[in-house]
Design a protein around this ligand. Structure first.
Ligand SMILES: Cc1cc2nc3c(=O)[nH]c(=O)nc-3n(C[C@H](O)[C@H](O)[C@H](O)COP(=O)(O)O)c2cc1C
Length: 177
């Protein structure tokens, strides 16, 4: 079975990125994937140190990432780019983890701009041979994007986010073939 793992690059309780990734995972599940949320908040991932890269839960995080056929990567917009939590995960996960893996990107912004964050994620993932799909999701004014139950207020955005899961599942299946 095709496996799709979502990686949440926010450590915040009630993270909008995490909520959005859960919608994307729903799209992946509807497309037939086995899904999992890799919530970095639940893992001990010390700041990456090239002299000691086998620390905390890093081996488990790398294994989950490596074994996934598809990845949904989400980051909040931090200072116009991605978060340090996302970057730290990325420094642990390189060619071995991303090779032959379909990747979908998602970013949430407090303000109105997320394009640079998605571009930075696309560029760094391509750099380790991840197959980043063209479809991507940016969520502006994230604090107003969801209701109290975590449902999207904007129906188009919900569809676009679920589509990200479907597209990644579809490409992951092709890469497996
Ligand atoms: C350190 C930091 C930097 C931020 N920088 C930006 C920024 O440059 N542009 C922006 O629109 N929002 C910025 N924000 C707001 C976050 O992008 C926004 O709150 C996002 O939805 C948080 O995602 P989360 O709920 O998944 O943690 C920043 C937030 C933090 C904590």
């Amino acid at each position: 079975m095709t496996t799709v793992v979502a990686v949440c690059g926010s450590l915040r309780d009630g993270s909008y990125t995490r909520i959005a990734l859960e919608h994307a995972l729903r799209g992946a599940a509807a497309a037939g994937a086995e899904t999992e949320l890799l919530d970095l908040k639940e893992y001990d991932l010390p700041l990456y140190d090239p002299d000691a890269d086998d620390r905390g839960d890093s081996e488990e995080v790398k294994r989950i990432t490596r074994e996934a056929d598809g990845l949904l990567l989400g980051s909040p917009v931090y200072h116009g780019s991605y978060s340090s939590a996302f970057r730290n995960f990325h420094d642990y996960c390189s060619f071995d983890e991303f090779e032959d893996t379909a990747v979908g990107l998602l970013a949430t912004a407090g303000g109105g701009t997320y394009g640079v964050t998605l571009d930075h994620m696309r560029s760094t993932v391509r750099g380790v041979h991840g197959w980043v799909v063209p479809h991507q999701v940016g969520i502006r004014n994230a604090s107003g994007a969801f209701d109290d139950d975590g449902a999207f207020r904007d129906e188009d955005l919900r569809k676009r986010t679920e589509k990200l899961g479907r597209v990644v599942t579809d490409h992951a299946e092709r890469l497996r073939d």
